[in-house]
Design a protein around this ligand. Structure first.
Ligand code: 5AD
Ligand code: SF4
Length: 502
């Protein structure tokens, strides 16, 4: 779950590298079902998820849809009657990894059938579905069902049809309306503390490098009432943090009773639900990051002072080639404005090295922008050409792999140094930490996040549990983690108004 920066990964220039404590924008390792559940119809599904947080949220919807039809969840592929891979197409490597898994499942199916054991139905969901369906179905005969991101309601039919006919079943239709607004996701992989809430689907931006508009279709926003009621249910169930998700959340817009609700207002309304519910969001496009939104950060203590604001590149000409619709200067102005309105706001970003035609001087501009902004975290990628995109059609992927690798390496080295310096500046500060569980290294230590999304590890005091807020004094750090000492248990309300708590 945690693609922490590892220089070995540079051998693979298409893999994401993160300086973040946990992946905000990308999951490099698959997520799988945590526990088995009842299977009233006698069939168990194993779901493996690749890609972004949206895919995780979608897999939770798939579990809900299939659960409604009597399917249970399998904790391993061996227990399963059906395996579904929710796929990512954002870089070539992500696709390669999924094909490897499919081939393995196919071998398992063949083995089972030869041994006279129960059949294994294999399905591909998500972003690879549309593009690779012919290949996966006809040429390689790897899968039994294929369902695109807007076709999950059809999954029970597709499964039944594949079962009855022995023929592959496909639905890759992209919708202009589907938001799955009425469904309650099954949070099977959740820590019970923080949850993803999907608020919109698709993307209309057409950045030159990005395959998402082709795989996920047009942008559409989910109604406010269904978002608020899902968040209220999460509060009721004891959740303490929601991350609202969309490919470009800042362009969220719906008409509610003749009144337009934009993203700033949506966040404001979510923040009224509970004084103890932290709110984060991902991912945002700099072009739509409004002052109203920044003021919501400032005014609402539960809206975390952290923004994932992908810059992609530091040079205006490259940004133009990428069709990002802002210049270096406009991006830097936005960062300054955000810091003026919300002092101490933390930023993470996405950066692509080696985009088409990138010169040494243009790459140097990315480095200088990083030095200027000083991100808390970054997700750093080597450019990987994706079929059908504007860049694939119009430009040549002409930066040699070795140069991409070297530039990415320079970017990662810089970011790791900046992350470490920024973390060091937090030593001595007292941070409000939401406890997410025990530390990966020791049961005697707890792990949680600050408002600014920094991971903190500290010795477990008696009585403190997952889902509690704690005031922790930072005593040490690495580039990825803060270490601290427990000061006291707290609430978000008390932490926001310390004098009122006395
Ligand atoms: N090559 C490399 N990185 C890409 N991203 C999107 N498309 C590509 C591509 N073709 C990165 C962008 C985006 C993040 C989710 O993935 O930085 O913000
Ligand atoms: Fe892709 Fe750009 Fe849309 Fe993000 S905003 S999903 S990078 S097209």
């Amino acid at each position: 779950m945690n693609p922490i920066a590892d220089l070995d990964i540079l051998a693979d220039t298409t893999a994401p590298v993160s300086s973040a404590p946990d992946a905000q924008s990308e999951i490099d390792q698959p997520r799988t079902v945590a526990a088995s559940a009842e299977a009233p119809n006698g069939r168990r599904v194993f779901i493996e998820t690749y890609g972004c947080q949206m895919n995780v949220a979608d897999s939770e919807l798939v579990a809900s849809i299939l659960g409604g039809e009597g399917y249970g969840l399998a904790a391993t592929e061996d227990e399963a009657d059906v395996v579904l891979i929710n796929t990512c197409a954002i870089r070539e490597k992500a696709e390669d990894r999924v094909r490897g898994r499919l081939a393995r499942f196919r071998a398992q199916k063949t083995k089972r059938l030869a041994a006279g054991e129960k059949d294994l139905t294999i399905g591909v969901l998500g972003c690879m579905a549309e593009r690779l369906r012919t290949k996966l179905l006809d040429q390689e005969k790897l899968v039994d069902i294929v369902a695109g991101p807007d076709a999950y309601r059809d999954l029970p039919n597709l499964l039944a049809s594949a079962d009855e006919t022995g023929q592959a079943a496909v639905n890759v239709h992209l919708s202009r309306e589907e938001t799955y607004a009425d469904l309650t996701p099954v949070r099977y992989d959740s820590n019970g503390v923080s949850a993803f809430v999907s608020i919109m689907r698709g993307c209309d931006n057409m950045c030159a490098f990005c395959v998402v508009p082709f795989t996920r279709g047009r942008e559409r926003s989910r109604p406010v009432t269904s978002i608020l009621s899902e968040c209220a249910q999460l509060v009721e169930a004891g959740y303490k943090e929601v991350t609202v998700l969309g490919q470009n959340v800042n362009s969220y817009r719906v008409d509610a009773d003749g009144h337009a609700v934009d993203f700033a207002e949506l966040l404001y309304r979510i923040s009224l639900l509970s004084p103890e519910l932290r709110i984060r969001y991902s991912t945002s496009h700099p072009k739509d990051c409004s002052d109203e939104l920044l003021h919501v950060h400032r005014e609402r203590p539960t809206v975390c002072d952290f923004i994932h604001l992908p810059v992609q590149h530091g040079n205006t000409d490259v940004l133009k080639r990428m069709r990002r619709t802002y210049s270096r200067e406009q991006y830097l102005e936005l960062i300054d404005r955000a810091r003026a309105i919300v002092p101490d706001i933390a930023f993470s970003t996405d950066i692509i090295a080696g985009f088409c035609g990138e010169t040494d001087a243009e790459h140097a501009d990315t480095i200088s922008l990083m030095e200027q902004v000083r991100y808390d975290h970054a997700f750093m990628f080597a450019y990987s050409e994706r079929p059908d995109t504007y860049a694939a059609r119009k430009y040549s992927d002409d930066v040699p792999e070795a140069v991409k690798k070297a530039r990415l390496s320079e970017i990662i080295t810089l970011q790791n140094a900046v992350s470490l310096e920024k973390n060091r500046q937090r030593i001595g500060r007292r941070e409000v930490v939401l406890v997410e569980g025990t530390s990966k290294r020791s049961d005697e230590q707890l792990r949680g996040r600050t408002d600014s999304n920094h991971m903190v590890v500290f010795d477990r005091p008696a009585g403190l549990a997952k889902g509690d807020y704690a005031l922790v004094e930072v005593t040490d750090c690495s580039s990825a983690t803060l270490h601290g000492t427990f000061v006291s248990a707290t609430t978000l309300e008390d932490a926001a108004h310390p004098s009122a708590a006395v």
